[in-house]
Ligand binder design. Structure first.
Ligand code: PGA
Length: 251
């Protein structure tokens, strides 16, 4: 059984300033007209509050958070602070935050748990680097990462994003059958851990998703949405991806 509403999440990374709010406004306007698809944009933290006020039709999110609630953590932002600024979602465990000296699995787990407790939706990322792929070890690698990062309690506000690191920003994507197999293995892991409630967790694909390949990626069995980097920066390149997700609804 595929989870219901598709979700398209844009990750702006360290891109965007006040002038980019116009793109968020355009995205939100079209997403409202389209309906039926959950759309989220994660701009830099500096834009969260203004974007959330400007675009209530979509979920504005953060790209990372701290695992604590407050305290002496210079430069960090807690989930409750992000929620207070208007964020409804946070990405945790993105490969750009996991490596080289960043978050370990248990840090990602702690961030996810704190963010869920703060009422945020969470997109938890996993994915293998190229050398692991070259050895054909991507499934055990990703499943171990998943088991190490998942919150102890099932929560339907949690989504997982499978993002092969070698596919991020490279224009490369795994063959559809490999994405399908990975998503099926991840789903089996969620069911093992959370019982049948694990069906309620959406599994997104991410890595060079764009307007040209979105329909094909979303047609893969077990792909419940997309996490989009570069193609999410402009409404013109992001909205066709949202439309592709809308088209899957009428199938
Ligand atoms: P990309 O990035 O779409 O530019 O490959 C995806 C991501 O890093 O989340």
């Amino acid at each position: 059984m595929a989870a219901a509403t598709p979700i398209i999440v844009g990750n702006w990374k360290m891109n965007g300033d006040r002038s980019s709010l116009l793109e968020i406004e355009k995205i939100a306007h079209s997403a409202r007209l389209l309906g039926g698809v959950n759309v989220a944009i994660c701009p830099p933290a500096t834009l969260i509050e203004r974007a959330a006020a400007l675009a209530p039709e979509i979920d504005i999110g953060a790209q990372d958070c701290h695992a604590g609630d407050s305290g002496a953590f210079t430069g960090r932002l807690s989930p409750s602070m992000l929620a207070d600024a208007g964020a409804r979602l946070v990405i945790v465990g993105h490969s750009e935050c996991r490596t080289p000296s960043g978050d370990a699995d248990q840090d990602v787990c702690a961030k996810a748990e704190r963010a869920l407790a703060a009422g945020l939706n969470v997109v938890l990322c996993v994915g293998e680097p190229q050398p692991i792929r070259a050895l054909g070890r991507e499934e055990p690698f990703v499943i171990a990462q998943l088991l190490g990062s998942l919150p102890a309690q099932m929560n339907s506000r949690l989504s997982i994003a499978y993002e092969p690191i070698w596919a991020i920003g490279t224009g490369l994507t795994p063959p559809p059958r490999q994405i399908e197999r990975m998503h099926a293995t991840m789903r089996a892991t969620l069911l093992q851990l959370y019982g049948s409630a694990g069906e309620g967790i959406r599994i997104l694909y991410g890595g060079s998703a764009n307007a040209a390949n979105a329909l094909d990626l979303l047609a893969i069995d077990g792909v419940d949405g997309l996490l989009v980097g570069g193609a999410s920066l402009k409404a013109a390149s992001f909205l066709p991806i949202v439309q592709a997700a809308g088209a899957t609804l009428s199938r």
